[in-house]
Design a protein around this ligand. Structure first.
Ligand SMILES: Nc1ncnc2c1ncn2[C@@H]1O[C@H](COP(=O)(O)OP(=O)(O)O)[C@@H](O)[C@H]1O
Ligand SMILES: [Mg+2]
Length: 258
C-alpha cells in the first residue's frame, strides 16, 4: 500500500514543488517506486520532471472523471518515477466540483485504484487552501510543510494548521503532520539561522533535522526538465534531498508517524 504525502503550504515560492520532485527522486534512488501528482494548475512539477503538459490525461481530467488513473499516469525519464501532470484547466476544477456530491473525496477515490503499485505518492499542492488542497489532504496519510527561511515564514502557518484540524475532524481523522521542512537555508545569512531557531523553538520535534540549503543548482535543474539529483548529483542541494530521504524513511521505520 502506498503512503500518500501532501506537500502543502498556501504560500507560493516556499519549495513545495522542488521538494515534491527531489524528495520523490531521492526515494527512487533509495529503491522505492514513487508517483508525483502535480496538483497545482501552474504545472511546475510536470515541467520540472520533463513531462509535456499538452495531453488530455492529467490531474484535472482525473478529478473531474474524464479519464482513469491508468490514463492519467505518465512515465518520466527516471525508471520507477511516474507523474500525473497538471494544466491550467485544473483551476477550473475548484468551481466545477462545487456542486458535486463527495467533492472532497475525488482524489482519494481515484487513487484507491493505484495504491498497491507505489511505495509513496506525493501530491504537490497549489498555493491555496481551497478545494484542491482539501482533496489532497483528504487523500493523504501525511503532510510535509516546506517553510522558506525568510522573515514572515511562520505567518499563515496557523491558518494551515486550522485547515489540517478541520480536515482531520470532518474528512480524514488519521491525517498526520509529518514535519515542517526548512528550505532555502542560507548559512551566510543570519536571518536564515534566526528563522530556523524560531521555527524549531515553536514546533519542536515537528521540524525535520535536515535543512535544505539555498543552492543555485536546485533552481537551475527544472529548466532542464530534470530533478537536481540527475542534473548535478554532487551539489549541496542533491545531498540535502538524499539526507531528507533517509530521515523520511527512518521516521516510518521508527513508527513515529504511524
Ligand atoms: N533549495 C533551493 N535553492 C535555490 N532555489 C530554490 C530552492 N528551492 C526552491 N528554489 C527556487 O525557488 C522558487 C520557488 O520554489 P518552488 O519549489 O517552485 O516553490 P512552491 O512550489 O512552493 O511555489 C523556484 O524558482 C525554485 O527553483
Ligand atoms: Mg509549486
Amino acid at each position: 500500500m502506498a503512503r500518500i504525502i501532501s506537500v502543502s503550504n498556501q504560500k507560493g515560492g516556499v519549495g513545495k514543488t522542488t521538494t515534491s520532485i527531489n524528495l520523490a527522486t531521492a526515494l527512487v534512488a533509495c529503491g522505492s517506486k514513487v508517483l508525483v501528482i502535480d496538483f497545482d494548475p501552474q504545472g511546475n512539477a510536470s515541467t520540472g520532471l520533463g513531462v509535456v503538459k499538452t495531453s488530455d490525461y492529467n490531474s484535472y481530467a482525473l478529478v473531474t472523471e474524464r479519464c482513469t488513473i491508468k490514463e492519467a499516469v505518465h512515465q518520466t525519464a527516471i525508471p520507477n518515477l511516474d507523474v500525473i501532470p497538471s494544466t491550467m484547466h485544473l483551476s477550473g476544477a475548484e468551481v466545477e466540483l462545487v456542486s458535486v456530491f463527495s467533492r472532497e473525496f475525488r482524489l482519494k477515490n481515484a487513487l484507491a485504484e493505484c495504491e498497491t503499485e507505489y511505495d509513496y505518492i506525493f501530491i504537490d499542492c497549489p498555493p491555496s487552501l481551497g478545494l484542491l488542497t482539501i482533496n489532497a489532504l483528504t487523500a493523504s496519510d501525511d503532510i510535509i510543510v516546506p517553510l522558506q527561511c525568510e522573515f514572515f515564514a511562520m505567518e499563515g502557518l496557523s491558518q494551515l494548521f486550522q485547515t489540517i484540524e478541520l480536515v482531520k475532524a470532518k474528512l480524514n481523522p488519521s491525517l498526520n503532520l509529518m514535519g515542517v521542512l526548512l528550505t532555502m537555508y542560507d548559512n551566510r545569512n543570519k536571518l536564515s539561522s534566526l528563522v530556523a531557531e524560531d521555527v524549531k523553538a515553536y514546533l519542536k520535534d515537528k521540524v525535520f533535522d535536515t535543512l535544505i540549503p539555498r543552492n543555485v543548482r536546485v533552481s537551475e535543474s527544472p529548466s532542464f526538465g530534470k530533478p537536481v539529483l540527475l542534473y548535478d548529483q554532487k551539489c549541496t542541494g542533491s545531498q540535502a534531498y538524499m539526507k531528507l530521504a533517509s530521515e523520511f524513511l527512518s521516521k516510518f521505520k521508527a513508527g513515529a508517524t504511524v
